[in-house]
Structure formats: C-alpha cells, structure tokens
Design a protein around this ligand. Structure first.
Ligand SMILES: [Zn+2]
Length: 280
C-alpha cells in the first residue's frame, strides 16, 4: 500500500503539468471502487473546469478545481495514477480517465479497487475539508507533530509504539514499511508501549520520521516523470531499507541478526541489539 512518500511523489509529479489544465472529457468504468465513482458530480464540477493545484492530506490527493470544487483521490493499494498520452489504449482496470485540454489524460488504474474518488462541491468544499481534516492525524512535517502532542496521545497507552505510529488518527501516512525503518533509526524496540517512551525517545521518533520520509520522497523523485512505469507497476522506491524485509540478515550497524515478528498482524523487523526492549 502506498505510504505518505509514494503519495507525495505522485503529487509532485502531477504538479509539474496539471495545474491550469482543463478537463474536457471524463470516462469511468462501471466498476465500484471502495466507494462508487461519483459520476454525476464529476460531470457537474470537474468536467469543463480547470485544475488549480493539488494538495495532499495524509494519503489523500486533493485536486482543487478553479471553480472551488475539490476532487479527492485515495490510491488504495496502487500507485497507478498518472498522466499518459490520450492516444494510449486503455488498460484493464483503468477506472477513471480525465482527458485534458493538452491531449494528455489523467488515468487512475486500480486493479484491486481499494481506491476511492470523491467530489466536494464548491458550496460544501470548505466544511467537508475541515471535517475530513479533523478526522485525520497530524502531518509528520507539520509543527503539530511535536513531543507535546505525541506524549499526550501516547501517555496512557499500552499500545506498541509501532502500532501507535501506524495509527492514522495519531499521525498521517505512516504504514508498515516506514514504521519499521523509523523505529530502527530511533533505536526503539517496536513492542515498546507508547506510554513508556522517554522524552529523548519521542524526539528520536520525530527526527527519524521526518528524515526517513524525506529520504524516501527524494529517492522517489527519479520516478516522477515515469510513475506509471514501463511495467505499469513501479512498486516501492529502491531505497536501502535498513531492517524492512531483512529478517535473518545481518544488521548493517552491529552485525547481529535482524529479527522478524508479527505485531498487529503486520510483519515487523528490528535489530534486538540496536533496538533493546524497554518494559517499565
Ligand atoms: Zn543492530
């Protein structure tokens, strides 16, 4: 599943050519995604309107139309949202196609149909966005992602720090891959109860989160112009993961063997030496 860096790189790629473009035709499959595609609203508020800019909130992309409407897209399990020449034949699972006035097409390809498309009308956009924003955790790059906030959210929690970081109501956009990497970088055992983290450890979580996510965004930059990829599936960035998917391999930092356990149903990797457990 794309995490914050993958969604951000998709946004940066689209930002290079989408603002100012007008949507001249919309085609959608009849298939239902996580929610039905709002064809009527797309026809009323996106068709014939220009895209002003694209923002991201958590793992949602917000396409702000010049008429004040907002088209929201969640990628679900795919990264296949990109611009392609409109002469390219449609592929299976192309569920939404927006033809633009420069003959390019914005295509959303979602084979597993976990994605979703929403349209907020100009009249409701502001209120909908505020309500949406309130339901999501803080952005890791915002000032609100600070020690006071994290300690307050985590102080009474017995929840493992890894699950805490992956809780989208606390912090936006961190999934399994980056949670593993962040905790290794912060030298914190993934099972440590969130309520037991010392102030210095929270600071390490904050600094590592920002550093790891920034690195991932930067390493994804090279795929920007080609994010539909020749294979159609570029997958995750070719970042050098320190622990993720490295069970039974040697830790680059200490040469001990990396462990794999299951936490909250997800594969969890850590170095028992570099990330000692703290239980009280
Ligand atoms: Zn180690």
């Amino acid at each position: 599943m794309p995490e914050l860096p993958e969604v951000e790189v998709t946004r940066l790629g689209l930002l290079m050519s989408l603002p100012g473009r007008c949507v001249t035709k919309i085609s959608s499959s009849n298939k239902r995604l996580r929610l039905p595609v709002p064809r009527k609203l797309l026809g009323e508020y996106v068709l014939g309107s220009a895209i002003a800019t694209i923002d991201r909130r958590a793992k949602y992309l917000l396409f702000r139309m010049q008429n004040g409407a907002i088209m929201v897209i969640h990628l679900g399990m795919t990264r296949k949202l990109g611009l392609i020449a409109s002469t390219t034949p449609p592929a299976p699972h192309d569920h939404l196609r927006l033809l633009l006035d420069d003959t390019m097409e914005l295509r959303f390809n979602d084979s597993r149909r976990f994605g979703c498309v929403l349209v907020w009308t100009p009249r409701e956009a502001e209120a909908m966005e505020a309500e949406f924003d309130a339901r999501l955790g803080v952005e890791p790059f915002s000032r609100k992602f600070n020690m006071q906030y994290l300690r307050q959210q985590g102080c009474s929690r017995k929840t493992a720090i890894k699950n805490f970081l992956m809780d989208g109501r606390v912090v936006a956009g961190i999934g399994n891959i980056y949670a593993n990497e962040i905790l290794f970088a912060a030298s914190i055992h993934p099972l440590t109860p969130a309520g037991l983290l010392a102030p210095g450890q929270w600071q390490a979580v904050i600094a590592s989160t920002r550093r790891i996510l920034k690195q991932a965004i930067r390493s994804g930059g090279s795929t920007i112009s080609d994010f539909l990829g020749s294979s159609g599936n570029p997958g995750y960035f070719q970042v050098q993961f320190k622990v993720y998917h490295r069970g039974d391999e040697k830790c680059h930092q200490c040469n001990n063997i990396i462990s794999k356990i299951i936490v909250g149903g997800r594969a969890t990797f850590f170095c028992p030496y570099c990330q000692p457990i703290k239980t009280e």
